[in-house]
Design a binder for this molecule. Structure first.
Ligand code: NAI
Length: 254
């Protein structure tokens, strides 16, 4: 680990996978990794803009990038795409398991399919990514997993009705902490718990108003205000950090 602090944050030559890379937090994190010199594999699901973004980042930062279309709730797609990334880039140093979705309705109004959909993306998706990335980390003898959870793993925010979403996030937070211990000999695992950010997911008037009312800073966060945290966790600036769950919520949970 370099002793100069700015050098600790450099990611030159590192290979980073980001899921949900076409939008919001994932796109900002992808850019942060590229800005720091990493090669980036952008995983996207529905938003093909990832392909253009991938090419533009490669050009701008003279790094290697590639975009992969993958539904993280499909285990075969996850395992096959991880194998493809290893084939294309040679290794995986950091895996940012960030893709997620919410169906905001009271449980009494949710169908069982809506319940299962959230479980399949937010829980199964994270477990599949962690399991197959973990196999690569174990064989390399090194690795770094960062999971995007939510402040709603800590508290039940009012008035948004997200009982299933909240519980999926509680699952991945505790899952990540457990992996930090399980993988202590070869990989670090940390969790980011965002509050309200101004992405597609955070775009509802309810979320905007709630941030205004309840966050100490009185507003939503902008994605440029979260990417540095992911870079910190991905880089050698945080080599003593594992199993941590970091709230970044403008002072909502106090
Ligand atoms: P977003 O909706 O802009 O991005 C979510 C991304 O996940 C999209 O690129 C989407 O295509 C991808 N995705 C969804 N289902 C997928 C699937 N089955 N397979 C592969 N990719 C899939 O939202 P945002 O805010 O950028 O969300 C990123 C993460 O941050 C999510 O895990 C979300 O739960 C979490 N989060 C967001 C907060 C916010 O206020 N924006 C608050 C707390 C957590």
């Amino acid at each position: 680990t370099p002793s100069n602090v700015l050098e600790q944050f450099r990611m030159d030559g590192k290979v980073v996978v980001v899921t949900g890379a076409a939008d919001g937090i994932g796109l900002a994190v992808t850019r942060a990794m590229a800005e720091a010199g990493a090669h980036v594999a952008l995983w996207y699901n529905s938003n093909d803009v990832a392909i253009e973004k991938s090419q533009a980042l490669a050009k701008e930062f003279k790094i290697k990038t590639a975009a992969y279309k993958v539904d993280v709730s499909e285990s075969t797609q996850v395992s096959e795409t991880i194998a493809k990334v290893v084939q294309d880039f040679g290794r995986i140093d950091v895996f940012v398991a960030n893709a997620g979705m919410a169906i905001s309705k009271p449980i009494l109004q949710q169908t069982l399919d809506e319940y299962r959909k959230q479980m399949s993306v937010n829980v199964d998706g994270i477990v599949y990514c962690a399991k197959y990335a973990g196999e690569v980390f174990a064989s390399q003898g090194s690795g770094n997993l960062i999971i995007t959870s939510s402040m709603s793993a800590h508290i039940v925010n009012v008035p948004t009705d997200q009982p299933v979403y909240n519980a999926t996030k509680a699952f991945v937070t505790h899952f990540g902490k457990s992996l930090a211990r399980e993988w202590r000999e070869f990989a670090r695992v940390n969790i980011v718990s965002p509050g309200f950010f101004d992405t597609k997911m955070g775009a509802s008037p309810l979320a905007i108003n709630e941030a205004y009312r309840m966050a100490a800073l009185g507003r939503q966060g902008h994605v440029k205000e979260i990417k540095g945290l992911y870079l910190y966790l991905a880089s050698d600036a945080s080599t003593y950090m594992t199993g941590s769950d970091i709230l970044i919520d403008g002072g909502y949970v106090l």
